[in-house]
Design a protein around this ligand. Structure first.
Ligand SMILES: *[C@@H]1O[C@H](CO)[C@@H](O)[C@H](O)[C@H]1NC(C)=O
Ligand SMILES: *[C@@H]1O[C@H](CO)[C@@H](O)[C@H](O)[C@H]1NC(C)=O
Length: 333
């Protein structure tokens, strides 16, 4: 207990120093730091809460690999800087969903679009696979730029959007950072990159080539250094960079992604709790049940996960890239 306590303080102090150093070096955001604590103070608070994180920090001790300790600080209305279609707000139910890419986002969007307008989104909801992305569908267009997007932006103009007395239910789906990374890697670098040399730094399915470059790319971005973005890169952004968690993590309800019944039951419960009409909830529940069962084999992901788990250096990179995710959302590697 004594040593653990000492280590907790050590990490907290270390993090605080790192944050202060960053602020001093960049001469930026002093106001933000004072005004709302900034991302750094949040980081400290959460590290102190989690002894598991401290234990892992001790294990990953290669000083040449820096830990990403801050977010770029996107606000909730800056969400388009990360990726398209990040937020949906349904006024009627006071329900705000903030999407993290790779965490069943298309499915959730298809469902929320359907709740919002059953006639317009019936085809997507009943006849499409959902997981193939929503580009070009009425739901994709609506959430990216059209009515649902405009309605979210209108709601988000309200400066007390996250205040308790606004009475809005904010929720997100979170996922183990390592399995999320593997899923993104297979989807983007293995399945798509062979057709586009720019994606994944041209590394294709080579993890040893990709991961260190991803680390530098994201580290620089967290420090507001110039980077050249590439299409689909946001799939690899830490979850902690989304949804203005720096400032509003306490206002969100989180559902932990899993391929199990408990997971979709919780989603259904969110809709029930938000007074979505029971007949709609039943249709959604039925759909989720069958869709979840349809996802069967993930052998490719298993292979890549094994490569990562067998490589201490890759694990260390990934742990340090997704450090805030592990610490804020309480996952272990
Ligand atoms: C670094 O971690 C390894 C185990 O992962 C441990 O054996 C070693 O003592 C650690 N080094 C330091 C300086 O803590
Ligand atoms: C739904 O509401 C109940 C009762 O207030 C609460 O205990 C439960 O945690 C809520 N579920 C979700 C997923 O928000």
């Amino acid at each position: 207990m004594g040593t653990q306590h000492k280590n907790v303080s050590f990490v907290a102090i270390f993090t605080a120093l790192a944050c202060i150093a960053v602020y001093i070096l960049t001469f930026t955001e002093f106001d933000a730091l004072i005004e709302d604590g900034g991302s750094c103070s949040n980081t400290n608070r959460n590290i102190r809460r989690s002894p598991a994180v401290v234990e892992d920090m001790k294990r990953f001790n290669n000083t040449a690999i820096r830990t990403i300790l801050r977010t770029p600080g996107f606000r909730w209305f800056d969400d388009a800087l990360i990726s398209p279609q990040n937020n949906i707000y349904l006024e009627k139910y006071k329900l705000h969903y903030c999407k993290i890419d790779k965490n069943m986002g298309s499915t959730m969007q298809a469902i929320l679009c359907f709740i919002d307008d059953q006639r317009l989104h019936a085809d997507l909801f009943f006849n499409q696979p959902w997981n193939a992305g929503l580009d070009g569908t009425p739901c994709g267009i609506s959430t990216a730029s059209d009515t649902l997007r405009q309605r979210f932006l209108k709601a988000a103009e309200y400066y007390r959007f996250f205040d308790e007395d606004a009475g809005i239910y904010h929720f997100s789906i979170i996922r183990n950072p390592l399995s999320r990374f593997i899923s993104a890697f297979v989807d983007i670098c293995v399945n798509r990159a062979p057709f586009d040399g720019q994606i994944c730094f041209g590394c294709g399915s080579n993890l040893g080539c990709f991961v260190p470059q991803l680390h530098d790319f994201l580290y620089k971005q967290s420090e507001h250094l110039p980077i050249q973005r590439w299409s689909l890169d946001w799939h690899f952004f830490p979850q902690s960079w989304y949804c203005d968690y720096d400032r509003h993590i306490d206002k969100y309800h989180f559902i932990r992604y899993g391929r199990n019944e408990q997971f979709w039951r919780q989603i259904v419960q969110v809709f029930r709790n938000s007074s979505v009409e029971p007949h709609l909830v039943s249709v959604i529940e039925e759909k989720l049940k069958t869709k979840t069962a349809a996802h069967a084999t993930f052998t490719k992901s298993d292979d890549y996960e094994k490569i990562v788990r067998d490589s201490p250096i890759l694990l260390e990179y990934l742990y340090k890239i997704y450090f805030l995710d592990f610490s804020w959302f309480g996952y272990r590697i």
